[in-house]
Design a protein around this ligand. Structure first.
Ligand code: GLU
Length: 379
């Protein structure tokens, strides 16, 4: 497996049982410091780092004096409201010791599943990373209700990794990898070092629940692996119950890697090219066609006509002056607004629309040239 320093954007999920000492009901500060110093090294080496941290409920419940065991939804939400403050502060302080700025992002299921909100969350994360900050992300447990929440940070972390275009997702928890059978009940169970593809046999190897403090068991980790690997993100499951868990991974110690046949850029372009129905189209001038072919974004100035009733985040076809489709992509504007800014300079967007939208009508990361991506047999 490649060395950790070869990844450019790493999302790391830290489980509650690692961060919070079960007996003392406090943060395991020394452990966290060691982890953060390893993350800071990767950050200094140029990698973008995103943290998905659990622990809000575990921290808040002790402050509020809530009993051990399963909590009612309202109680876990109250606990999260209290614990998230401390959780964010601990990450911010620990990262600050290495001169790294942290930014807190609390997401709900809708933020990762609804296209328009997805684009907003993605843009904010992208901007923070551009500024070399480390987003510290958790589910917004205080407002997420049972039908519309993740409930576990494994799948949330996989969605975040995919949304941010991470090439590596590390799930740190109290298990050191995937076994041929749940190891608690099977003494002969063997750790699987590399999973090339998630087959029904692999899924069958995942057991049931996790520990009292953390919600995700192996099942949610396999679900996370499916989300990640389909998005071109490699994933590794490793135990955090050691002083420097990243070193164990880097040194080829006990853990399970999930391979992916793709990479984040290709997976995203394949998704845009093949899996989305277009909701409208724009006709662009010859200069804009040439710019797109050189890998540029589509600016409003090059747009001559807008058709259809699409919303921001919908896929639209991009046609040349002759009407042929030259590309498709995700529009940064609703059709009504796109009509108003078509042919205009990006500098005038604010005065035309009354709000400062994106400079591009379609950002190059959200755009695929016709014929540039093979969709057959891929997803
Ligand atoms: N969001 C929950 C918390 O911060 C954790 C969910 C999980 O353990 O996966 O307490």
């Amino acid at each position: 497996m490649p060395s950790l320093s070869s990844f450019r954007r790493i999302t790391i999920k830290v489980g509650s049982s690692l961060l919070v000492d079960h007996d003392a009901q406090d943060v395991r500060r020394n452990w966290l410091s060691a982890l953060v110093s390893d993350l800071a090294n990767l950050h200094r080496g140029g990698a973008d780092i995103l943290v998905v941290s659990s622990g809000a409920i575990a921290l808040g419940r002790s402050v509020l004096g809530l009993p051990k065991g399963a909590l009612k939804l309202e109680d876990s939400q109250a606990a999260a409201a209290v614990g998230q403050i401390a959780l964010a502060r601990i990450w911010a302080e620990t990262l600050h010791q290495h001169g790294i700025v942290a930014g807190q992002i609390l997401v709900t299921l809708g933020d990762t599943e609804e296209r328009r909100r997805y684009l907003n969350a993605r843009a904010t994360i992208g901007r923070l990373l551009d500024m070399r900050a480390v987003p510290v992300i958790n589910e917004n447990d205080t407002v997420a209700t049972s039908e519309i929440r993740y409930g576990d940070n494994d799948r949330l972390a996989a969605r975040v990794a995919a949304m941010a275009g991470s090439d590596l997702l590390i799930l740190l928890s109290d298990v050191d990898g995937l076994y041929t059978a749940p190891p608690a009940d099977n003494r002969d169970a063997k750790l699987i070092p590399v999973v090339e593809r998630i087959t029904p046999e692999i899924e069958a190897m995942a057991g049931g629940a996790g520990s009292e403090l953390s919600r995700g068991g192996m099942r949610t980790k396999i679900e996370a692996a499916k989300i990640a690997t389909q998005s071109g993100t490699r994933m590794v499951i490793a135990s955090g119950h050691v002083e420097h868990p990243l070193r164990v991974i880097a040194d080829g110690g006990r853990c399970t890697w999930f391979a992916t046949p793709s990479n984040p850029t290709r997976a995203r372009k394949t998704w845009i090219a093949g899996a989305l129905e277009t909701r409208g189209s724009v006709i662009i001038d010859a200069g804009a066609v040439a710019a797109l072919k050189r890998g540029k974004s589509l600016l409003p100035a090059g747009v001559k006509r807008v058709d259809g009733a699409f919303a921001r985040g919908d896929a639209i076809a991009v046609r040349g002056p002759d009407g042929n489709e030259v590309a498709r992509g995700l529009s940064a504007y609703d059709a009504d607004d796109a009509i108003k800014i078509a042919g205009k300079s990006s500098a005038d967007i604010m005065s035309i629309l009354g709000f400062g939208g994106r400079t591009e009508m379609i950002h190059r990361d959200d755009l695929v040239l016709a014929g540039s991506v093979r969709t057959e047999g891929e997803n």
